[in-house]
Design a binder for this molecule. Sequence first.
Ligand code: MTE
Length: 324
Amino acid sequence: MHFQKKPDWHIGEAEATPEEIFLNRRQILMAMGIGAAGSLSGGLLLPSLSRAAQEDPSASLYPVPRNEAYELDRELTPEEVNLRYNNFYEFGSHKEIHKAAQALKTRPWEVRIDGAVEEEKTVAIDDLLKAMPLEERLYRHRCVEAWSMTIPWSGFAMKALLDYSQPTSKAKYVRFETFHDKEMASGQSQFWYPWPYVEGMTMEEAANDLAFMVTGAYGKPLAKQFGAPLRLALPWKYGFKSIKSIRRITFTAERPVSFWEQLAPTEYGFWANVNPDVPHPRWSQATERVLHTGDRVPTLIYNGYGEQVAGLYDEIGKSEKIFY
Ligand code: MTE
């Protein structure tokens, strides 16, 4: 995602993901003994990055049982790599936000559920966690910037959230909103962005088995840079749809306009389904760079999840551009 400041926010992928940052990170990892052959967490996690997850009041809930229906055909990205290469614009418009993101206060944390529901409510994250059936799933993640990773998310099916929220028949979409606090998150002082970060999906998408509410990763509560304490994972869509640090969930008849859609509707549209045949207006989506190996591999339609989700788009595909 590439917006530096108005009016010249359009910069290319190479600039958004500088190769030297990537190479430096690889060199550091190699020096730490974590490369392509690195283990999942290997006990090498730097204390400053792991402490937050250990102190989290939900720590005793993890690890959660793995749902074997969500296996991967490629190796997991080492935790150390994912912890240091993130998009979280609230804490800076570059990949190395992991230190700045430690300013995120994750307790108390309440989630407001409102709009077209039987009864609007506000729930404390720890009460929500107790009410939801937690499981682990291994998912791919494909960023619109053409890099990818794989990750063991913990959390609960969005279907469980729908049951909990009891939307009415007026609900056609779900809108998600992140916190808005520029004292805590310095990136939110960048007034040219339309804060807070917002994302949305249709009710049919939300009810799909793959749609996942994430509360942990690598067998622990979510690290702050991953979007603690609650984020989305929609692995068949480009990563920007997977909103972090969710504070509000609204069921609505109106299609939500997302953060990136407000900035550049022709580049980051509502659907954002991964498709190697539809280039981003400024770069190809045919291949992706695997984060921890640096290898370039072909991108798969719906990021490899076509069997589960292609049917969602049979009807609208005829009338709408469902990629971007
Ligand atoms: N959510 C919020 N609130 N703010 C963000 O900047 N970035 C998005 C998405 N969710 C973003 C966000 C983008 S562009 C991507 S690719 C993923 O988070 C990155 O998730 P990761 O850092 O866990 O890999």
